[in-house]
Design a protein around this ligand. Structure first.
Ligand code: CMP
Length: 147
């Protein structure tokens, strides 16, 4: 299986719930290695640009307002099949439909305030990663050390 990279966002509700540590632990335990990470307060323009594919959707305005309502953590996760793996660990977009044990089932408040974002294809992952990170901000390190 291919080593992929995917863009992950911990959304404002995740920070407000103090769920950041728990969410990062779940991603780490799933074998998704963080290779870039930063905390940002998105402007309305940045949120609109990131979600431009959804601009015709009825929820677009509300989504942009929500995503720029408080800080987020953006990160790049790397691993085998990282795009699909991240989506599996996140669970369905709507927490009411998310499988037991998934991040959204455990932490999300609503279909909009759903705690996390993950790229939906390797191609979109490349675009989304480039939206937030320069190539030089992605690091390489060994994370297989034993204590
Ligand atoms: P995300 O995976 O980041 O991709 C688009 C986001 O739009 C989604 O998570 C939700 O935060 C939001 N979203 C998707 N569908 C709806 C909906 N029906 N109503 C409100 N927000 C939605």
């Amino acid at each position: 299986m291919a080593i992929e990279r995917t863009l992950s966002i911990l959304k404002p509700d995740a920070l407000q719930w103090r769920a950041v540590g728990k969410i990062l632990a779940r991603l780490e335990e799933a074998g998704l290695k963080p290779v870039a990470m930063k905390m940002l307060q998105l402007s309305q323009k940045q949120a609109e640009g990131f979600y431009a594919v959804h601009r015709e959707r009825p929820f677009f305005k509300s989504l942009v307002a929500y995503m720029s309502s408080g800080p987020v953590i953006v990160q790049v996760l790397e691993g085998e099949n990282a795009v699909a793996k991240n989506r599996e660990v996140m669970g369905a977009t709507d927490p009411a439909k998310a499988a037991e044990g998934t991040i959204r089932k455990l932490f999300a408040r609503s279909i909009e305030a759903n705690s996390v974002h993950g790229s939906d294809s390797p191609e979109n992952a490349r675009t989304e990663i480039a939206y937030f990170f320069a190539q030089t901000e992605l690091v390489a390190y060994d994370w297989t050390a034993k204590r």
